[in-house]
Design a protein around this ligand. Structure first.
Ligand SMILES: Nc1nc2c(c(=O)[nH]1)N[C@H]1C(S)=C(S)[C@@H](COP(=O)(O)O)O[C@H]1N2
Ligand SMILES: [Mo]
Length: 331
């Protein structure tokens, strides 16, 4: 197999470097402070914008229910090579079937409580545990990475995630030599996750990867987006991202991570394995059975740009697959 090896920084710059993120922290704090002094009814009004009962601000949460994230430096090693997507688009155009099968689930998702939130890490590890998400943040520390996200439906975004490398969590629980795969399970939170009522779907949402993929430096566990706590519509409070794979592999709102010697059967694989396989690495030359994967539409500008092998991350991950050429690596 022949891969085009291209360094991240050689990707043609479309729109110069990502804009510097200006976080309006002071305004956010002022709003949260005001909220703390309001009656419950006034808070609901402030959050959900009155009569319609539907929220108007896709960031808004109950005042005080999320601690501000500690400062996180942007890691310059991961250059996206294109402009960061508009913040509002990234937090209002989402795929999250637990809340429904359309793209505008954010008003429903936003209401899901995300504290307290714990994540169980178990299976073939020396030190299994149940970790509070804020404890993990304090223990591991945070960095910011701007990654490209390529959905299998041929749209794409470029987003600044705040989080930590999955390998740092693996270091804490110490995988046993027998562990071959990592299974990632999304929480089930009725009544907030209204999509769970669609009982024909194989809930809970499961995703998985090999232990080598999990340990790769790119595999990232976001707890924030655009410098703020990760909103539920994007998988808050805690998700995974594999930037070189199609977006459906990047499970949201995780409650459990299990190390195992059995290859996990994922949600989408169970539903339609011929279209959404276990590996799902991005490849412009391997079409989806129903559409081409040669190009992608950038959310925000609607510009069509060429799709890159491994979503442009081959320099980091191509070596993971050199001995797996008999697997269906691309779909
Ligand atoms: N639990 C869960 N995780 C999920 C999904 C989902 O429906 N349920 N959708 C996936 C798909 S198809 C994509 S493209 C990304 C979208 O992430 P975003 O909404 O933050 O852009 O989340 C992925 N993670
Ligand atoms: Mo997707």
């Amino acid at each position: 197999m022949h891969f085009h090896r291209r360094r991240g920084w050689e990707i043609p710059e479309r729109e110069a470097t990502p804009r510097h993120l200006v976080l309006n922290r002071r305004a956010l704090m002022a709003a949260a402070g005001a909220g703390a002094m309001l009656s419950a009814e006034a808070q609901a009004q402030w959050l959900f914008g009155g009569r319609s009962g539907s929220p108007s601000d896709p960031w808004a949460r109950n005042p005080g229910d999320l601690p501000d994230l500690p400062e996180a430096m942007r890691n310059p090693r991961y250059q996206p090579g294109r402009a960061v997507s508009p913040e509002r688009d990234a937090i209002t155009f989402n795929n999250f079937y637990e809340f429904g099968s359309n793209k505008d689930i954010w008003p429903t998702a936003l209401r899901m409580p995300v504290r307290p939130w714990t994540i169980r890490v178990d299976g073939m590890v020396e030190a299994p545990g149940e970790f509070g998400v804020d404890d993990l943040i304090r223990r591991i520390g945070l960095e910011e990475r701007v990654y490209r996200l390529r959905c299998v439906e041929a749209w794409a975004m470029t987003v600044p995630w705040t989080g930590f490398q999955l390998s740092k969590l693996l270091d804490i629980v110490k995988p046993l030599g027998s562990a071959k795969y990592v299974r990632l399970e999304t929480a089930q939170v009725p009544p907030h996750m209204t999509g769970l009522r669609q009982t024909w779907y194989p809930w809970p949402h499961i995703e998985g990867c090999t232990i080598e993929e999990a340990a790769n430096e790119l595999t990232f566990m976001p707890v924030g987006l655009y410098g703020r706590p990760l909103p539920p519509q994007n998988g808050g409070p805690f998700r995974v991202v594999f930037p070189w794979k199609y977006g459906f592999k990047s499970g949201k709102s995780l409650s459990r991570i299990t190390l195992t010697d059995q290859r996990p059967k994922s949600f989408w694989e169970t539903l339609q394995g011929n279209e959404y396989g276990f590996w799902a690495n991005v490849n412009p030359d391997v079409p989806h059975p129903r559409w081409s994967q040669a190009t992608e539409r950038l959310i925000g500008t609607n510009e069509r740009v060429p799709t890159r092998i491994f979503n442009g991350y081959g320099e980091f991950v191509a070596d993971l697959y050199t001995n797996l050429q008999r697997e269906r690596l691309w779909a």
